[in-house]
Structures are given as C-alpha cells and as structure tokens.
Ligand binder design. Structure first.
Ligand code: HEC
Length: 156
C-alpha cells in the first residue's frame, strides 16, 4: 500500500510539473503566436463552410451557414491586441509567418481587423437568408482575409 501511495504521489507530481510547464509560464511570444494561429484556424474552419456553399461544393443549409457566420462575427469581435506581441514575428518565433512589417503598421492592422469584423457582421446578416445573399457577402469577407494576408502574412 505504502509503495503504491508513493507511486501515485510521484505520478501526480509529474503531471503537475508537466501542467506547470505547459500552462504556467509559457514564453509570451510563443504563446501569442499559438493563440493568433489558433484564431486564424477558427476563421478558416468557419469560412471554409461558407466558401464551400458559395462554390456549390457543399449544399446550402441556412442553419449551418448562419452558425458559421455567427462564429466568424464573434471571433472577429474579440479583442486581439495581445496577439501581436512585440518580438513574435517570423524569424523571431519558430513557425510564425507574420511579417516583421506588421509592427510598424499597427494602426493599419487594426483597421484591417475592423474591416474584417464589418464584413463578418454583413455575412452574419446575409448567410441565413439564401445562397445568393451568402454569395454576395462572400467577396467582402474573403477580401478582408486576403487583404490583410497580402500585407502581413509571409508566403514561404
Ligand atoms: C488583420 C489581419 C488579418 C486578417 C483580417 C486575417 N488574417 Fe489570417 N493571418 C494574419 C497573419 C499576420 C497571419 C500569420 C500569423 C503567424 O503565423 O504568426 C495569419 C495566418 C493565417 C492562417 C495560418 C494559421 C496557422 O496555423 O499558421 C490562416 C489559416 C488564416 N490566417 C486564415 C484567415 C482567414 C480565413 C481570415 C478571414 C476570415 C483571416 N485569416 C483574416 C493576418 C490576418
């Protein structure tokens, strides 16, 4: 019994150490990259459904389209300032493709973030009302993604 108890305590201590290492004090630049890339993946996941419907690759479904558009609008409305931690550009944090130019153009980045939110809100109004309305809102929304990417996402 005593032996088993020791084993359990050791296992718990290992778990706690792992948890503390993973969650306790992450490198803030790495944490910012992870968070913003996760945010972008959620954009992609939701936009992908709307884009698939717009192109006819996925059958139009008003409820699913409404949900994806609402997710995009909610995501776009999140406060994102901390994502752009100084020192977290491509070349500074492994795996980042954020252009170093971004940090000299923070006002522009915020303008583009706001434009994305406006386009997502328009999509949220349109997506559930029919495929033509969804298609009509797609240009501005997709355009808001690619405009920012053209300026600040490095292709490699
Ligand atoms: C305000 C600027 C901006 C907007 C708007 C924006 N992105 Fe991004 N996106 C970026 C930047 C910068 C990166 C690179 C982040 C990094 O690697 O550090 C990125 C990266 C990505 C990635 C790669 C994520 C990864 O795991 O490496 C995807 C996917 C993506 N964006 C999708 C989208 C979609 C879809 C939209 C529109 C619904 C969008 N983005 C809107 C700036 C933006």
């Amino acid at each position: 019994m005593r032996h088993m108890h020791h084993l359990a305590v050791a296992a718990l201590a290992t778990l706690a150490a792992t948890f503390a290492h993973g969650q306790g004090a992450p490198d803030p630049a790495q944490a910012a990259v992870t968070a913003r890339q996760a945010h972008m993946q959620l954009y992609q996941f939701n936009l992908g459904l709307l884009g698939g419907m717009a192109q006819g690759a996925i059958d139009y479904d008003a409820d699913a389209a409404t949900a994806a558009a609402a997710n995009l609008a909610a995501l776009a409305s999140l406060e994102q300032g901390r994502y752009w931690f100084e020192g977290s550009a491509a070349g500074e944090v492994e795996g980042s493709r954020a252009s170093p130019d971004l940090w000299a153009n923070m006002d522009d980045l915020m303008t583009r973030t706001a434009a994305m939110e406006t386009a997502a809100l328009a999509m949220a109004d349109a997506a559930g009302t029919g495929i033509d309305a969804l298609r009509g809102a797609m240009g501005d929304l997709g355009g808001a993604c690619s405009a920012c990417h053209q300026s600040y996402l490095l292709r490699n």
